[in-house]
Ligand binder design. Structure first.
Ligand code: 4AZ
Length: 285
């Protein structure tokens, strides 16, 4: 188990979570036939919100459509393909701090930065940044995640989570699910995806098939040792033999992410506006 149980003061919340988990299992029927799974496919229900405090759901008209990860108090990282057909910021709501879809804190997106190189045909540069009104401060349930200092290492054990399609539900899950997936080396993954696997992408999952992200999990983070290492991007089906999930390599985009979401940038742009106003005033005199 990646997330060893810890004792929380919020016992009631945990009990209600457990009740929902039991109910969800009951509604859909717990799947015991793991080898038959083709899609998340062999994941588990998240139990402690604290362990997924970086995870957000993006919704449009109340409907979940993608995942995302909290970068800082004002910025979320997601996949560009999630935003490609949703370009109006105010149509997108970021839902934070809840394992259950539709609950928790909500923020309407105020600005979208899609990677300028994003290509909807081959999903290159599948990364986007969303701006939200400041969260004010972080809590145990809503927290940011760290950006990587190095490229992904094959064999590292990571976690992917989302409300996407599961082995038992084509419409996704109301309660957050997660799966543990190891990073697969590029040569091994290229054997499957050939030149569709570009240098700014990497694979995680199981070549023998099994746990995987799926539709609706896109945009969510692949977290390795508490670091945002990948963004759920694409794959051939879900959980299929020889076809692990493909992720955007966050390290590759670190400078771009920083340039869009860093408060230094904001300070400098405000400074520029201030200097411009000052010069204008001087000229008017
Ligand atoms: C999708 O359609 C999708 N198995 C996301 C992830 C994967 C496949 C498809 C990876 O959004």
């Amino acid at each position: 188990m990646v997330y060893p149980p810890v004792f929380s003061s919020n016992i009631l919340n945990q009990i209600s979570t457990m009740v929902v988990i039991l109910q969800v299992h009951n509604i859909f029927g717990a799947n015991t036939n793991i080898s038959q799974d083709i899609r998340i496919i062999n994941g588990s229900y998240a139990f402690y919100q604290e362990h997924f405090s970086y995870q957000v759901s993006l919704s449009k008209f109340g409907q979940h459509f993608c995942g995302g990860t909290i970068l800082n108090l004002e910025y979320i990282v997601t996949a560009a393909h999630c935003i490609y057909n949703n370009r109006r910021p105010s149509d997108i709501t970021v839902n934070l701090g809840s394992l259950k879809q539709g609950l928790g804190v909500r923020r309407k997106v105020t600005d979208i930065f899609m990677h300028p190189g994003y290509d909807n045909k081959n999903l290159r540069h599948d990364i986007a940044i969303l701006k939200i009104p400041s969260l004010g401060n972080f809590t145990n349930f809503i927290k940011n995640i760290t950006l990587p200092d190095s490229s992904p290492k094959a064999g590292t054990n990571c976690t992917v989570a989302g409300w996407g399609v599961t082995e038992t539900s084509d419409s996704g899950t109301l309660h957050l699910k997660y799966a543990k997936v190891p990073i697969i080396s590029t040569p091994r993954c290229r054997a499957s995806y050939k030149d569709q696997l570009k240098k700014e992408m990497f694979c995680a999952g199981y070549l023998e098939g099994g746990s995987d992200a799926c539709q609706g999990d896109s945009g969510g983070g692949l977290i390795c040792d508490q670091i945002l290492t990948g963004v759920v991007s694409w794959g051939h089906e879900c959980g299929e033999k020889y076809y692990p999930g493909v992720y955007t390599d966050v390290f590759y985009y670190k400078d771009w992410i920083r340039s869009k979401s860093n408060c230094l940038k904001l300070i400098s742009s405000h400074l520029i506006i201030f200097i411009c106003l000052f010069i204008n005033l001087l000229l008017l005199k």
